[in-house]
Design a protein around this ligand. Structure first.
Ligand SMILES: O=P(O)(O)O[C@H]1O[C@H](CO)[C@@H](O)[C@H]1O
Length: 324
């Protein structure tokens, strides 16, 4: 039995734990003796069917809200919020600042789904599981994926509160043989060996620079290279110095595997990092990074980021950028 609750002030609906847990769904995921458990195309279809039964339209845009950036979902008109723990096969959010809900609605008039909370490797989820929602979004009809994250600034010119448009990444976990596409490849999603040299849509980055300038954020934005470590600890001084030498401008614990999965299934991808802390590359510094600081900076920047995301989305679709 399912129940929709109306949310105060938003004119939307909320589906929370306990209201639809009784819905029957069959687990058709597979266990391979050599590689372990994997979702199948069919089990993902069950998730998609469930969501389709709750939402009366299909989203074209997906937004992944980074740590402390869940308020981006407030840009949605007529929101329908569905808690992850109601959704068949969905992992559960365990990190503070990641509420754990899909929110459907209209952003700048476009049907959109926001992930209020992502999954991280350090939570204990394998990378293919962290990225499962991206395939769900693809199957629902999402063509454009906005990925956001909180990150530490490695580039000495970055200040806390700056925004970095990600132009490329260094997949350090991939160097160690860990990749979300590991295991049998299902051609219905994409090819065995996907290219990654144009993973970040250049036209959108160009437009993002223009939009940022137009709304007065021009001096707070940069383009740069993001890298992801497994976490959950923040990095040592020696590690951060090494990352700087490698050419990374910002470091986090997410995003790279999401970008790989999204490109594999031919989505148009745009990513920005909110620089929530300066990476500490001096042994003399007594400063310590913390998740609380990361979330606080997200909260401080939420209004500017909401305005930016809404305007960028509007102009992307007006100009048909990345439409395949
Ligand atoms: O990448 P998101 O989810 O934005 O979060 C970043 O912030 C957390 C650390 O404070 C880590 O999870 C890191 O990846």
């Amino acid at each position: 039995m399912s129940t929709l609750k109306f949310m105060n002030g938003h004119g939307g609906a909320k589906i929370t734990n306990g209201t639809i847990n009784g819905d029957a769904h069959v687990h058709k995921d597979v266990f391979h003796p050599e590689i372990g458990h994997r979702y199948t195309y069919e089990s993902l279809q069950e998730t998609v069917e469930f969501l389709r039964s709750k939402v009366p339209y299909l989203p074209e845009v997906g937004v992944i809200c980074g740590s402390g950036l869940g308020s981006l979902a407030e840009c949605l008109d007529n929101p329908i919020e569905i808690s992850y723990d109601c959704i068949p096969h969905f992992p559960r959010s365990t990190v503070k600042g990641h509420v754990g809900a899909l929110v459907f609605g209209f952003m700048s008039g476009l049907p959109t789904v926001c992930m209020k909370g992502r999954f991280h490797y350090y939570e204990g989820y394998p990378l293919w599981k962290c990225c499962m929602p991206i395939r769900i979004m693809k199957l629902l009809g999402v063509s454009h994926l906005f990925i956001t994250n909180a990150a530490g600034g490695l580039n000495p010119s970055f200040r806390v509160g700056d925004i970095m448009f990600v132009k490329d990444h260094i997949n350090l976990m991939g160097f160690a043989g860990n990749n979300p596409l590991q295991g049998p490849n299902d051609e219905r999603f994409g090819p065995r060996f996907p290219p990654m040299n144009q993973a970040y849509n250049r036209e959108i980055i160009k437009l993002a620079n223009k939009v940022a300038k137009d709304i007065g954020l021009g001096d707070r934005v940069h383009e740069g290279v993001y890298t992801c470590l497994g976490g959950p600890n923040f990095e040592t001084v020696a590690e951060l110095r090494m990352l700087q030498m490698l050419g990374a401008d910002a470091v986090g614990m997410s995003t790279v595997h999401e970008v790989i999965t999204a490109n594999h299934c031919d989505m148009t991808v745009f990513v920005f990092s909110l620089i929530t802390n300066e990476c500490i590359v001096e042994y003399e510094s007594l400063a310590k990074p913390s998740h609380e600081e990361v979330i606080d900076v997200g909260t401080q920047r939420e209004n500017s980021l909401k305005q930016f995301v809404k305007e960028l989305l509007k102009q992307i679709f007006e100009n048909r950028i990345g439409t395949k």
